[in-house]
Ligand binder design. Structure first.
Ligand SMILES: [Zn+2]
Length: 90
């Protein structure tokens, strides 16, 4: 008895593989505290002596969250703007 063994399928000739790299930038508006006696910015910073409860160089530019750490007031919600820029490389 003769047994035919099918050879493994050859790689498809002429197949196109396209690699793409994509960079994307998303933005969010972070407002300052609305308490008129406070007005502290909504992100941590690295300026000593200013709004000291938000002084944290390790977390610089990160939002402080829903409560102002300087006065305890509720802060306005952050306003995500979605993707504001993107670029694709081929
Ligand atoms: Zn405040």
């Amino acid at each position: 008895m003769n047994t035919m063994i099918d050879p493994a399928p050859a790689p498809t000739q002429g197949a196109d593989v396209t690699l793409r790299r994509r960079q994307s930038l998303e933005a969010s508006v972070v407002r300052a505290c609305t308490n008129p006696e406070c007005g502290a910015g909504g992100v941590f910073h690295d300026v000593p002596g200013v709004n000291v409860a938000h002084y944290d160089p390790e977390r610089k530019d990160q939002p402080v969250g829903p409560i102002c750490l300087c006065c305890g007031a509720e802060r306005p919600a952050d306003e995500p703007q979605g993707e504001i820029w993107s670029r694709e490389y081929r």
